[in-house]
Design a protein around this ligand. Structure first.
Ligand code: AMP
Ligand code: TRP
Length: 344
């Protein structure tokens, strides 16, 4: 199969509490890319079981991510939306990539260290091998571009390392089988916008995260308008007004975060936000931000609720997406099996 030149792949884990960071750092960009690229968006349920083994809400959480994709405006006819575990080729390629990736590479992954915490001996092997599966997700479609938040940068570098080692070690077979000079592309990350790293509303030095115990730290995509306003009102800030120059945001993490959120929601630059709101006290800026957040998130929230009232529809989107994904992935697996030299 010829290499695609313009194919986007990305994924979100169905681990509950989908939040503003996921939306601004990832899903909002997913929707924008459908106008220029061929896009494949996945609910990565196999990744979701690397930390929490037993997940009674897995089906509901999988539907929630799919509903968020749809509510954000991703067209499931033009693009592919599906859940990872339905396409077994991801797991097969992940195993092969476990044999390409080196222990040293995976040992350096900061997300593993963060998630494993102090007792790495107790972490699952799946959590350690997580980046191999992520590389397989992307490369089983030979995707060229991957939109993600800033925290995934290191995993995407590892994806490139795996592709490069595979292309190098199997160079002769790849050429012999007529695939040209390399089989897997060097995937480009797309980490763009004013909110590639949305921080906690309670602590501007910590990332907004699904697992943070305080619900006040994040805006969930399922929050009501009242909750959104309340959380922004209560967001931690420093006592100074907004600066007149965006460079002065550098050492003010909470102010920088709220301005970045505003810029991303309004589709303007940080400089434009400062030009309009610089000098304002937070008492004046927060209500404007809350209004904007409610205006942008409410339609998504409403559409997600509507979709989740009809799980049958969401399931059929995922099932037909999986069938289309499998058609592409199965060709890659066949070719990769051939490159490795497996019998049959
Ligand atoms: P996850 O929920 O870990 O599967 O993340 C899904 C997507 O959201 C990935 O592209 C992440 O990089 C992105 N993301 C997660 N948290 C944040 C955040 N606080 N700010 C920006 N992007 C984020
Ligand atoms: N690791 C990503 C995250 O936590 C989710 C993910 C899995 C992903 N597979 C992917 C993202 C492939 C982009 C491409 O956010």
């Amino acid at each position: 199969m010829p290499q695609p030149t313009n194919r986007v792949f990305s994924g979100v884990q169905p681990t509950g509490n989908l939040h503003l960071g996921n939306y601004l750092g990832a899903i909002k960009n997913f929707a924008a890319l459908q106008h220029t690229h061929e896009c494949i968006y996945c609910v990565v349920d196999l990744h979701a079981v690397t930390v929490e083994l037993v997940q009674p809400q897995l089906k509901a959480q999988t539907r929630e991510i799919a509903a968020a994709y749809l509510a954000a405006g991703i067209d499931p006819e033009r693009n592919i939306i599906f859940n990872q575990s339905q396409v077994r080729e991801h797991s097969e390629l992940a195993w092969l990539f476990n044999c390409v990736a080196r222990m040293g590479w995976l040992s350096r992954m900061t997300q593993f260290k963060d998630k494993a915490g102090k007792d790495a001996e107790q972490a699952s092997v799946g959590l350690f091998a997580y980046p191999s599966l992520m590389a397989a997700d992307i490369l089983v479609y030979r995707a060229t571009h991957v939109p993600v938040g800033d925290d995934q940068k290191q995993h995407l570098e590892l994806t490139r390392d795996i592709a490069a080692k595979f292309n190098h070690d199997f160079a002769a077979r790849i050429r012999e089988l007529g695939h040209g000079e390399s089989y897997f592309p060097v995937t480009e990350p797309i980490i763009e916008g004013a909110a590639t790293r949305v921080m906690s509303l309670r602590d501007g030095t910590r990332k907004m995260s699904k697992s943070e115990p305080s619900d006040l730290s994040r805006i969930n995509l399922t929050d009501s308008a009242d909750d959104i306003s309340k959380k922004i009102r209560k967001a931690k800030t420093d006592p100074e007004p907004l600066p007149e120059d965006s460079k002065e945001l550098g050492d003010r993490p909470e102010a920088k975060n709220l301005v970045g959120i505003y810029a991303s929601l309004a589709d303007v630059t940080v400089e434009e936000v400062i030009a309009e709101h610089g000098g304002k006290q937070f008492g004046a800026f927060k209500p404007v931000l809350a209004e904007l957040a409610v205006e942008r998130l409410s339609p998504i929230n409403r559409e997600m609720r509507k979709l989740l009232d009809d799980p049958g529809h969401v399931d059929s989107v995922l099932n037909s997406g999986a069938a289309r994904a499998r058609e592409i992935a199965s060709v890659t697996i066949k070719e990769v099996r051939d490159i490795f030299g497996f019998l049959g």
